[in-house]
Design a protein around this ligand. Sequence first.
Ligand SMILES: C=C(O[C@@H]1C=C(C(=O)O)C=C[C@H]1O)C(=O)O
Length: 417
Amino acid sequence: MHENLPTGRFFFNRIFLYDTHGNDMSDNALDTVRERITALDSELLTLLSERRKLTNEVAETKIKHHIPVRDQKREEQLLVRLIKEGQNIGLDPHYVTQIFHVIIEDSVLNQQAMLAERANPGSTLPLNRVAFLGDKGSYSYLATQKYFSRRPGELLEIGCQSFAEIIHKVESTEADYAVLPIENTTSGSINEVYDQLQHTQLSIIGELTHPIRHTLLVGTNTSIDKIKTLYAHPQVFTQCSHFLAELGNVEVKTMDSTSSAMLTVSELKRDDVAAIGSEAGGNLYGLMAIKSNLANQKENHSRFIVVARNPVVVPLQVPAKTTLVMSTIQKPGALVEALLVLRENSINMTKLESRPIPGNPWEEMFYIDVEGNVEDGPVQNALDALRGITRYIKVLGCYPSEEISPTKVAAASALAD
Ligand SMILES: C=C(O[C@@H]1C=C(C(=O)O)C=C[C@H]1O)C(=O)O
């Protein structure tokens, strides 16, 4: 009768809880086990922090001896061993692999940030003034927090109402950095940001991807069927169009940012209004999530760029990306010719975007992200060749790549079978 997971049932106003073996876990027994879990979780955190310190020590050696940050052979050996050890104590390989992918990603990103900081000694500030879209709780705010948590110096958040205002804050030296969303896995490129990049002298100095988990947020006790008005940023509505279609007769109100949508709902204090935003952001406004996973695609991520007035030097031990903007000569096959230059130099292109040039109908600016360091031979050769065949070309920035692809463990998965 009690062979499954712990179960609770009401019986004469008392809750009886049983563990998987049918033992009574009510009251004290439950508290005791939970105390042990709490203590173990704290120990796990201490161990993770110690591991991080050790990987930072590894980074010091890598700086001294010019060793690349990433060592996928070492990662594979480590994962194979851990999967095996985990299996011996009842942990399934998928679980172990997932956890260690996150741990290794954190360690690689921290080391990269350390190396980048050392390569740009004068650029470390005691206070990083960062402009971003919206206010506390917006997705850009969460991305800003994440990016600067790995970097030295305090963070001063400067919330803005538009992308133009964000760029202006950095150009006018009111802010040191801007964090801008550039593309999303569901809704694609954010054209407005590309258009801002066409006119600015600022440089891209970093990137990061952040999971965008849309939830339905409300300010009072209510249910989905009562909602009549929904507040969100236009990008959010695009990413959640399937959910909106299911909702049917609800009025949608577009807001400048996710945070202003959340603020509006928290101020209205009504049971027929809701905002779409992240659960973490909603918490900052005292909102509750009544439905999650609202995006059309389960894997909904945004890529953000970090821009500053001056470019940065990316050490050659760190995987780098370079973003170029160019316009080609008006002749058939001009773009193909430009892309062939990348192939000839064995350069991998990770993104190609085109945007109209204002005042020049049917002419396009091409934005190209490539894997490679602007200080390194292949990118320099490609740039020389491209300068000869394009009408205009500019490097928008070279920055550490934050796309840490997880190391695959073929041998270990075989072990697991
Ligand atoms: C810590 C190191 O740097 C990276 C991170 C690793 C880790 O977190 O275990 C392993 C290999 C490297 O990709 C290392 O080289 O040992």
